[in-house]
Design a protein around this ligand. Structure first.
Ligand code: 1GP
Length: 241
């Protein structure tokens, strides 16, 4: 690999915007894991595979991550919804702090439970400011995290949270409308946040069409996250980028 870290590979200046495909371990038939990853491998617009979910009902997370990584030609990054979703078998770990909320469990609590494990594992950790944005429906992340999303039109509030995250030393911002969101994060909010910070911003939640993806990328998103639309139709990757 040309880059020494996944972070560099994804966010170096010459890295073009692309897709981070989110695989929810609770939604994948265990007989089709390799086949699904092979499908992802076919698309050069993909930059990485994220693995994670809001709750986690399955009991084979570690093995699941290994299977994905074994076949993937892209880096595999854990994007955990809680402290059960850890494994040494990934290329990197997004450590999200839900900075748009005021629930201490998701700001620091879950992190304390896995911090020493992560450090000892040697896995690359990417400290991420996770910002939930109102999306027109009640999403799993809102329910599970007991946090309220930032109102869609409150761009000033989004900027203030993003800048606070940057000043706290976070290396990445994730603007999230929530899985299956009715409306993605508004382009104006993406643009304002991107213009306010010098760390990369990724965007996800409710992105289903080429237009959705273009809106996010043209607004300055470093990459976009696609989960539900890929689950519903793996060919979507071809269409959106
Ligand atoms: C959820 O942003 C991701 O954390 C992906 O959302 O499932 O709506 O693509 P979708």
């Amino acid at each position: 690999m040309r880059y020494s870290t996944v972070y560099e590979r994804l966010f170096s200046q010459e890295s073009k915007p692309g897709i981070l495909v989110l695989i929810d371990p609770d939604k994948v038939d265990r007989d089709s894991v390799e086949e699904i990853v092979q499908k992802i491998n076919e698309h050069d617009g993909v930059k990485a595979i994220l693995v994670g979910t809001s709750v986690l009902l399955s009991d084979d997370f570690d093995e699941f991550v290994s299977r994905v990584r074994k076949v993937s030609k892209f880096p595999v990054i854990i994007f955990p919804g809680n402290s059960l979703q850890v494994s040494k078998n990934a290329d990197a770990f997004l450590l999200p702090s839900l900075i748009s909320g005021r629930n201490p469990d998701f700001l620091i609590g879950e992190h304390v439970k896995i911090a020493v494990f992560l450090k000892n594992s040697g896995i690359e950790v990417i400290p991420t400011g996770y910002m939930l944005v109102e999306s027109g429906n009640y999403t799993s992340v809102e329910y599970i995290s007991f946090t309220r999303p930032i109102p869609r039109e409150k761009i000033d509030i989004a900027i203030a949270h993003a800048v606070a995250g940057e000043l706290l030393g976070l290396k990445l911002l994730y603007l999230e409308a929530g899985s299956g969101a009715k409306y993605p994060v508004p382009p104006e909010m993406i643009k304002s946040v991107v213009d306010s910070v010098s760390i990369p911003v990724i965007v996800g939640g409710g992105l289903r069409t080429r237009k959705d993806v273009e809106n996010a990328i043209n607004s300055g998103a470093s990459h976009v996250v696609i989960g539900t639309a890929f689950e519903e139709d793996p060919e979507i990757l071809q269409e959106v980028l």
